[in-house]
Design a protein around this ligand. Structure first.
Ligand SMILES: Cc1cc2nc3c(=O)[nH]c(=O)nc-3n(C[C@H](O)[C@H](O)[C@H](O)COP(=O)(O)O)c2cc1C
Length: 177
């Protein structure tokens, strides 16, 4: 069995990015999927003083160990004001204090989605530029626009053109695992 982490870059209980990441992970054959929920992780806000006083939170260490044990990563980023959501950036900062190679060179499918037509392209650009410097091994990336119009909870991606591109991205990830 392949181990896959599905992570939505948002702490919203209704996160569309979590939905997309979990959907994508479920397209990988013979995969054992671990869903990382940033809300459940409940990390304190990173700060040098917080770290000095209380140390690295147990759940940040747990996430680091999960990444070490996985075969592949599927991350879908929420875009807040053209950047990472605060919850994602917080987890990212904590992880970087444990290991500078945050993503540990695990093959990654990097995605982003939004209700709007730009499909989180701005934050995706930031991650595409930045992740490789922190152990990111991005083997495919995918911007999924207008989530509400193109995704159904029952059927997944319902836009045939987008589904074809998405399938090719899953294939690229599977090849790299
Ligand atoms: C504070 C805030 C800022 C946002 N900024 C952007 C933005 O810059 N670009 C964008 O496409 N959507 C933006 N949105 C809308 C998000 O894309 C939308 O809330 C989306 O559902 C986030 O994904 P999630 O459901 O996985 O949390 C913003 C939403 C919030 C709450």
């Amino acid at each position: 069995m392949l181990k896959i982490i599905a992570l939505g870059g948002s702490n919203s209980t209704k996160s569309i990015n979590k939905k997309l990441a979990v959907y994508a992970a479920n397209q990988v054959a013979n995969a054992e999927v671990t869903v990382v929920d940033l809300k459940e992780l409940d990390l304190p806000m990173f700060g040098i003083d917080e770290e000095a006083i209380h140390g690295i939170p147990a759940n940040a260490n747990k996430l680091n160990r999960l990444i070490a044990a996985t075969d592949g990563l599927i991350i879908s980023l929420a875009e807040h004001n053209g950047c990472y959501s605060a919850a994602f950036k917080n987890a990212y900062d904590w992880l970087s204090r444990i290991d500078g190679k945050v993503w540990q060179n695990k093959p990654m499918l990097l995605m982003g989605t939004s209700p709007g037509a730009r499909g989180a392209q701005t934050v995706l650009g930031i991650a595409l530029a930045g992740f490789p410097r922190l152990g990111g091994n991005i083997v495919a990336d995918f911007s999924f626009p207008s989530f509400g119009a193109n995704f159904s909870d029952r059927e997944g991606i319902i836009n045939p053109q987008l589904k074809a591109v998405f399938d090719s991205k899953i294939e690229s990830l599977v090849k790299a695992l």
